[in-house]
Design a binder for this molecule. Structure first.
Ligand SMILES: Nc1ncnc2c1ncn2[C@@H]1O[C@H](COP(=O)(O)OP(=O)(O)OP(=O)(O)O)[C@@H](O)[C@H]1O
Length: 238
């Protein structure tokens, strides 16, 4: 098998420059194995959010090669982007829920956008509400929910379309430590079902809580732990 072929994400010599300044990300070569759980850490400004944006296809790199699901996404035609994005779930620190929609309608949104028939929406939305422990809050608007409740709605919305990879940018940044543990538990449960998970976090206490997680550390836009962390993060082929 070609090296890296089983990886869901593969970076080869990727660099990202905003405008005409210095590179924000440099020489990134690594692969994320399908079904694995990764934490992305590093100091403020190291480039974590930028790296995630490349993976959820909100940004194209300035140089290098990125393959997702076995295909080159740097040269992907725009028309194919929505199909790829559906395979990638995203969760953010600030939840990004639609304020005038209920929890139920926020979770249903990806299905509606993807043209799922109305008759096929209620059951999966109720299953997701139950999974995140919010069946009793289905019709609450985001402003009336706590931070932890809002983040659980956001996670349900991110995964209702069964993405192959879930990318979360500081998902526990606005919740208390107990809730952070509960959110992590949801990520672990998803990971057990086969979803690849990538969580960027400042919260180093979270990392040992997922025993099988691997850590990717960025510093100043480069992989700080070389190309490999504890021998398992697969290096890109040279
Ligand atoms: N859209 C942008 N335009 C210009 N510069 C940007 C843009 N987004 C990020 N940067 C710069 O890129 C660098 C890395 O930012 P990024 O947000 O990726 O880091 P981070 O590790 O996620 O930081 P934090 O932990 O503080 O969120 C910073 O110097 C930031 O100012």
């Amino acid at each position: 098998m070609r090296p890296g072929a089983a990886n869901i994400v593969q970076f080869e010599n990727v660099g990202l420059r905003y405008g005409s300044g210095a590179e924000t990300l440099s020489d990134l070569s690594f692969g994320l194995a399908a079904g694995a759980f990764y934490f992305l850490t590093g100091p403020s400004g190291a480039g974590k959010s930028s790296l995630l944006r490349l993976i959820y296809l909100a940004q194209r790199p300035s140089r290098g090669l990125i393959r997702m699901f076995g295909e080159d996404v740097v040269t992907l035609p725009r028309a194919r982007m929505p199909g790829f994005r559906r395979r990638i779930g995203t969760v953010f620190q600030d939840f990004r829920l639609i304020p005038h929609l209920s929890a139920y309608e926020n979770i249903a949104l990806p299905l509606r956008v993807n043209g799922v028939a109305e008759a096929d929406i209620d059951t999966p939305v109720r299953e997701m509400l139950e999974w995140v422990g919010l069946s009793g809050r289905a019709y609450a608007r985001p402003a009336t929910l706590s931070g932890g409740e809002q983040q659980r709605v956001a996670i349900a919305r991110a995964v209702i379309g069964r993405p192959e990879i879930l990318v979360a940018d500081e998902p526990t940044g606005n919740v208390d430590p107990d809730m952070a543990g509960r959110l992590l538990y949801l990520f672990e449960a998803l990971n057990k079902l086969g979803t690849t998970i990538l969580v960027a976090t400042h919260d180093l206490h979270l990392i040992p809580r997922v025993h099988h997680a691997q850590t990717i550390r960025l510093d100043n836009g480069r992989l700080d732990n070389g190309r490999l962390d504890n021998g398992r993060l697969e290096a890109a082929p040279r």
